[in-house]
Design a protein around this ligand. Sequence first.
Ligand SMILES: Nc1ncnc2c1ncn2[C@@H]1O[C@H](COP(=O)(O)OP(=O)(O)OP(=O)(O)O)[C@@H](O)[C@H]1O
Ligand SMILES: [Mg+2]
Length: 209
Amino acid sequence: MFKFEHVKYKDIIDIDNLNINLGEVTCIIGPSGSGKSTCLRLINKLISPTTGIISLNGENIANINSVEYRRKVPMLSQSPVSFPGNIRDNLLMGRKFQGKNEVSDSDLQNALDKVSLDEPLDKNIENLSGGEQQRVSIARLMLLDSDIFLLDEPSSALDDITEDFVIKSMVNMAKSQNKTIIYVTHSNSMAEKYSDRVIKIVDGRVNNG
Ligand SMILES: Nc1ncnc2c1ncn2[C@@H]1O[C@H](COP(=O)(O)OP(=O)(O)OP(=O)(O)O)[C@@H](O)[C@H]1O
Ligand SMILES: [Mg+2]
């Protein structure tokens, strides 16, 4: 499990005690500017606590090599970047970073089906809409050989029906393979429908009320 102990980050985050279980889908909600992205960035080791400790299964993540750690605990940022090239290039990009073998086109197509994107793998990424590029980014993340995934508002650019489909298939994948998902959303309905646990952050603190 992830454990936050007396974690502060500048004057933005102040979390005295928080556990996040592995094998569960945890959703982080809260008002804009409350510290949700900062919290995810702390878990991803993009930033380090000013004071306090975040541990994973008892090991202080500050002591783990950052590159190795981020392969194990990859994150989709709130404004994901697409890479120049086609959809296939973009889907394979993350796996190259992990040093994994290329995957077959049928596996890539399958990953696109899971995010409800019916576009050819050869299509240039520039010719996709913002929401379509967001779905390619989710598919890229889910193709990684990792057990823990962090996603910062992965469905912010999607319509309600597509959002529901994408989050549901992401959660189903996690459940069937015993993976861990921690994601931020502004959608209370997604949070309630598709997570084992909802953590509300208000003014940088976990709000239990
Ligand atoms: N590197 C930084 N230095 C200083 N302040 C920052 C930094 N990053 C974020 N902040 C501030 O910290 C607060 C929390 O930001 P954060 O991005 O975590 O909010 P959020 O809950 O993800 O909001 P949103 O829902 O709008 O994405 C904001 O007031 C923001 O301006
Ligand atoms: Mg944010």
